[in-house]
Design a binder for this molecule. Structure first.
Ligand SMILES: [Zn+2]
Length: 220
């Protein structure tokens, strides 16, 4: 079972990947971590990567593909893998497919954990915290028992910090869209893009993913 997991920051991608590692014996392959590991290993590939990174250049796709090829050939990846952070362009997706095909492997699913940006911003924008003890509240979901007074410590120093957090969320969403949007049509055309509702509870998201994987196993 070979997967790509896509989703914006805050969609719970890391949590879901961890669960798939435990339940399915899949290995999460984050390309950033793999590059750092290659450099640390001092291998021929690692020295090449180190020189490229030190020059300030982007690591070429071909090297990343080689690195993934080497990694998925190791015994712990025999049950499959979850790619995280790669591919981000159509040429990268094509190169990945070609490399997998040459090894008699393929991608089973590209799972997109969808999160509604407006709803997420709404959740974050209502939050406020006690400056004295750090207790957190929400305009709609968790108001203090006495208006304007912290339940925990009795302080009246409750502060909204919505603006900067909302900006941070919007910036991260924009970066995510730029990185992900180009490859969605590629996988949609191949019939392997599957969407799950990332606004659901963590366990419900896991169940949606499990249903997709079970579907594949039963050959439906
Ligand atoms: Zn407090």
């Amino acid at each position: 079972m070979n997967l790509i997991l896509l989703g914006p920051p805050g969609a719970g991608k890391g949590t879901q990947a961890k669960r798939l590692e435990q339940t399915r014996g899949l290995v999460q392959l984050a390309t950033g971590d793999m590059l750092r590991a290659a450099v640390a290993s001092g291998s021929e590939l690692g020295r090449e990567v180190k020189a490229i990174m030190e020059s300030g250049a982007l690591v070429p796709d071909a090297i990343i593909i080689d690195m993934i090829a080497e990694r998925i050939g190791q015994p712990d990846c025999q049950n499959g893998f979850i790619l995280d952070g790669f591919p981000r362009t159509v040429p990268q997706a094509e190169a990945l497919d070609a490399m997998l095909a040459a090894r008699g492997r393929n991608l089973d699913h590209v799972i997109l954990i969808e999160v509604d940006e407006d709803a997420l911003v709404d959740r974050i924008s209502g939050r406020f915290t006690c400056q004295n003890c750090g207790a957190s509240y929400h305009d709609r979901y968790k108001r203090p028992r006495i208006e304007g007074v912290c339940d925990v410590c009795g302080s009246r120093d409750l502060v909204h910090r919505a603006d900067d957090r909302m900006e941070a969320v919007k910036t991260r969403f924009a970066a995510y869209r730029n990185q992900t949007a180009p490859i969605l049509p590629y996988y949609e055309d191949r019939g392997i893009l599957r969407r799950v509702d990332g606004m659901a509870e963590i366990d419900a998201v896991t169940r949606q993913i499990e249903a997709i994987l079970a579907d594949r196993l039963e050959g439906r």
